[in-house]
Design a protein around this ligand. Structure first.
Ligand SMILES: [Zn+2]
Length: 66
């Protein structure tokens, strides 16, 4: 098992989910990664949605699609 990314704290996850909401609503976000300050990226796929830091070793939040 490979764990590449860190698990966000509750507060960090809350910030990432806010950024995800921005992406869903208007296609971008001004929110930066709460841990390292880099940009956040959003991806929507068959297995659900992800909002993640552009640093490969940083944090990510996965949510299920509807
Ligand atoms: Zn980061």
């Amino acid at each position: 098992m490979e764990i590449k990314r860190l698990t966000p704290t509750k507060a960090e996850a809350h910030i990432l989910l806010g950024a995800q909401r921005d992406y869903v609503n208007r296609g971008n976000t001004a929110v930066k990664c709460p841990r390292c300050g880099r940009s956040l990226e959003y991806r929507c796929g068959e297995s659900g949605e992800s909002i993640y830091c552009t640093d490969d070793m940083c944090i990510v939040v996965h949510t299920r699609g509807i």
